[in-house]
Design a protein around this ligand. Structure first.
Ligand SMILES: C[S@@+](CC[C@H](N)C(=O)[O-])C[C@H]1O[C@@H](n2cnc3c(N)ncnc32)[C@H](O)[C@@H]1O
Length: 332
C-alpha cells in the first residue's frame, strides 16, 4: 500500500487506513473516505462550485455518449505515457477511463467527490471483469488532494476543470502531488457544449444533423425559458473557456503533444443520447435546477415536443465525426 496519502488530521504522510497520529480513515471495504466535503461545496469564489454528480449518476455516461473505440484509443496512449508508474485519475467519475486503463495494467489511484460515481466505477469494473488489485479508490476533493507533495508519476483529471470556478486551483494541486518529472495528462477533444448552435460541427455535420440540432435547441430553450419565467432559475454557467494551455504553460517545465487520429463516425439516437441525459438532469448546466421542478418542467415540454415533432422524432439520429484527439502532457 502507498505511503504518501495525506492524513486529514495531522497532514503528514500516511499509509491507509491508519496514520501514525492514530487517525483512521473510514472505508466501506471499497472506498477510502478521505473527505467529508459535500458534493456541492463552496470554494469561496462563486455560488456553485461543482456539479452534484450524486444526482446525475447513471445519466452521465452510457454507451450512447461515449464510443468505446474512441475511449480505448485514448486509453492505449494514456497507458503508454504512464508506463509502470502510478496514475492518479482525479475526478474519475464512473470509471469511463479508469476501467479501460486498469485493463491495460496501469496502477491507478481513483478519486472522486461523489460516492454514487465511485459505486458506478466498481459496477463498470465488475462488468468489464477488470483486475482491481492495482486500484485504490478514494472519496476526495480535487481542490485539496489528499496526497503529500511529489507522490505520483502521472495525473489525469478528465472533464473536471469546467465544473470548478477556479480551475487553476486544481491545476496547482495536480502540480503539487506530481513527482519531479511527473506528467499531467490532458485530453483535448470536442467540449460537451452547445451542440445545438452548430459551433462545434463541421459543414457536413451541420447539414446531416439539422433536425436533431433543432430538436435539441427546442428542448433546451423551452426548458430554460419556463424555468426562468416561472421559477427564476437560469442555467448554470461553466468554464469550458478557461485557458488550460496558458495556465499549465506557466506552471510546468515542459510539454509533449501526442495526436491520436480518430477518423471515426458515431451515430447517436436522440432519445438515447441527448434526451436521456437531459431527462435525468445529467447536463452540468442543469445543476441549479431542483429535481422536482426539473421533472415537472421536463414532462410539460415533452408533451409540446411530441405535438410539434411527432411520436417518432425521438428516434432521429445524430451523426458525429470524431475529430483527432490531442493529448497534451505537461511535465513537472
Ligand atoms: C464530467 S465527470 C467526468 C468523469 C470522468 N473523469 C470522465 O472523464 O468520464 C466529472 C466528475 O468530477 C467529479 N467532481 C466534481 N467536482 C469535484 C471535486 N471538487 N473533487 C473531486 N471530484 C469532483 C464529479 O463527481 C464527477 O464524477
Amino acid at each position: 500500500m502507498y505511503n504518501f496519502f495525506k492524513c486529514p488530521d495531522c497532514k503528514k504522510a500516511m499509509t491507509l487506513p491508519l496514520c501514525s497520529c492514530r487517525y483512521e480513515i473510514s472505508c466501506d471495504g471499497r472506498v477510502y473516505k478521505l473527505t467529508d466535503d459535500p458534493y456541492i461545496i463552496n470554494d469561496g469564489f462563486t455560488d456553485i462550485k461543482y456539479i452534484g454528480f450524486e444526482e446525475i449518476g447513471e445519466y452521465y455516461s452510457n454507451a450512447a455518449f461515449f464510443n468505446k473505440t474512441v475511449i480505448d484509443k485514448k486509453c492505449r496512449n494514456i497507458a503508454k505515457i504512464t508506463g509502470t508508474g502510478i496514475l492518479l485519475d482525479l475526478a474519475c467519475g464512473d470509471g469511463l477511463y479508469t476501467v479501460p486503463l486498469l485493463k491495460r495494467g496501469v496502477n491507478i489511484i481513483a478519486m472522486d467527490i461523489s460516492d454514487k460515481m465511485l459505486s458506478l466505477l466498481y459496477k463498470r469494473a465488475e462488468s468489464a471483469e477488470a483486475d482491481i488489485s492495482s486500484l485504490v479508490v478514494c472519496r476526495a476533493n480535487a481542490l485539496d488532494i489528499p496526497l503529500v507533495d511529489g507522490s505520483v508519476d502521472a495525473v489525469m483529471a478528465n472533464s473536471l476543470l469546467h465544473l470548478i470556478s477556479k480551475p487553476e486551483k486544481v491545476i496547482n494541486e495536480i502540480y503539487r502531488v506530481l513527482k519531479k518529472g511527473g506528467k499531467y495528462i490532458t485530453i483535448e477533444d470536442k467540449p460537451d457544449a452547445d451542440i445545438f448552435n452548430g459551433q462545434i460541427l463541421n459543414e457536413q455535420e451541420n447539414i446531416e444533423n439539422k433536425k436533431y440540432c433543432e430538436m435539441v435547441g427546442y428542448v433546451q430553450n423551452k426548458y430554460f425559458q419556463i424555468l426562468k419565467e416561472e421559477y427564476g432559475i437560469s442555467d448554470t454557467k461553466h468554464g469550458w473557456l478557461f485557458n488550460q494551455k496558458k495556465i499549465c504553460g506557466e506552471i510546468f517545465k515542459e510539454k509533449d503533444i501526442y495526436m491520436i487520429p480518430m477518423g471515426y463516425k458515431t451515430e447517436n439516437i436522440f432519445k438515447d443520447s441527448f434526451l436521456y441525459r437531459m431527462s435525468g438532469k445529467g447536463y452540468s448546466y442543469q445543476s441549479a435546477v431542483p429535481p422536482d421542478i426539473h421533472k415537472n418542467v421536463f414532462e410539460r415540454i415533452m408533451i409540446d415536443f411530441t405535438e410539434i415533432y411527432g411520436d417518432n422524432a425521438t428516434n432521429t439520429v445524430y451523426t458525429e465525426y470524431e475529430s483527432d484527439v490531442e493529448i497534451a502532457v505537461y511535465i513537472k
